[in-house]
Write a protein that binds this ligand. Structure first.
Ligand code: SF4
Length: 372
């Protein structure tokens, strides 16, 4: 029941199940049978019910949430106290949603309150998808989008990967055209990072990987193309039609409260950061949050705000975080702007697409000044 003193937060639920392992993936995920899926769903529903929050955003991610089946996902959503008008997202794998023999019922999700679907496209070129270890093809992605729309879920986000094996600027155009023509309102475009321990890291000779410069060019190509189609580059790796920015993910970047449930899920509540270990058995038996320390300070503000299109807002930086934004700090921002990496005016400093590519060194320079 919602009470006057219920606190509002975002809710992230990690579903650590996948049918296989993509070659680049280092997320916490595993194969699971029906018994484990059932047990896990019950545990998560119980934990959500016990939490003292009301949620204005919900994000069910993974892993592959849709591998639980629509009914279990609906049960998870229904166990949360959700404010009217909340954004409720479920990540789905098109393989779980586009097959005629195992139809995934978006109607069940829609009836439970899910109003946003995130689909892992990665590439609209089936050969590229196969190299990544993705099971579904481009047609299954199209069918999943159609089915979700027919069920009344029109806020669709697609994940796209840049710099993947065999990708070229020409093949990327095909993926970008597919994304825009599919009616997606939001596109997440990530440059592939080869993570230690993944199949890709251990067998690089089997893949024709574009080099860093080629991947950076594809990132700029993506930003230009999507801008020409009306998408706003509102975060380093995220593009949205106006009004369709991910409200849940914005909480991460704006330092707002969110509760993460499930193994490997992170939280930030009341200025404290904590997470659950990557261990499903421990989570099922007795989840103990591991405290990571304080969050939401001046350093974090600089790191997170420069991920966003809106950038550092000088007034907010000064009043809320005590950051001295005049003098050397302002001069450094102007220097980056003169170098073509962003804009600096009386309101703030923000990076453009070129600046996002070198955001780590921009952030390091500003943090250095902060600590001086
Ligand atoms: S579907 Fe997603 S979480 Fe699962 S293995 Fe592939 S990339 Fe990793």
């Amino acid at each position: 029941m919602m009470t006057a003193d219920s606190k509002t937060a975002g809710l992230y639920v990690h579903i650590p199940f996948c049918a296989g392992k993509c070659v680049y993936c280092d997320f916490y995920s595993m194969r699971a049978g029906e018994e484990l899926k059932e047990k896990y769903t019950e545990k998560i529903c119980g934990d959500i019910k016990k939490s003292p929050y009301v949620f204005d955003t919900v994000y069910i991610g993974g892993g592959t949430p849709s591998s639980l089946g629509a009914q279990r996902l609906a049960d998870i959503v229904k166990s949360a106290r959700i404010v009217p008008g909340a954004e409720v997202t479920a990540e789905c794998n098109p393989s779980d949603t586009g097959r005629e023999d195992i139809p995934f019922d978006f109607g069940i999700l829609s009836a439970a309150g899910v109003n946003r679907i995130s689909l892992g496209l990665q590439s609209a070129v089936d050969g590229e998808r196969k190299l990544l270890g993705r099971r579904a093809g481009r047609d299954e992605v199209s069918r999943a989008i159609e089915r979700a729309s027919r069920a009344g879920i029109e806020n669709i986000s697609l994940d796209l990967m840049l710099g993947i094996p065999s990708q070229t600027p020409e093949s990327l155009v095909r993926s970008l055209e597919f994304c825009v023509n599919s009616g997606a309102k939001h596109i997440s475009a990530y440059i592939l990072k080869v993570e230690p321990g993944t199949f890709l890291a251990e067998h690089p000779e089997r893949f024709d990987l574009p080099d860093d410069d080629a991947a950076a060019d594809m990132y700029l190509q993506t930003a230009d193309y999507l801008a020409s189609k009306g998408f706003v580059h509102y975060e380093i790796s995220n593009f949205a039609l106006p009004g369709y920015e991910s409200r849940h993910n914005l909480k991460y970047w704006k330092g707002e409260d969110y509760l993460g449930l499930g193994p490997a899920a992170h939280s930030m509540i009341g200025g404290k950061r904590f997470y659950y270990e990557r261990d499903i058995e421990k989570y099922l038996a007795s989840p103990q949050p591991v405290y990571e320390g304080e969050g939401g300070g001046a350093q974090e503000y600089i790191m997170l705000s420069l991920r966003l299109g809106q950038g550092i807002l000088f007034e907010e930086a000064e009043k809320k975080y005590g950051i001295k934004t005049d003098g050397e700090f302002r001069e450094k921002c102007l220097e980056f702007a003169r170098a073509g990496l962003g804009e600096c005016d009386s309101l703030g400093f923000r990076l453009n697409s070129k600046g996002f590519l070198v955001s780590n060194s921009v952030i390091s320079s500003l943090l250095y000044l902060l600590e001086k």
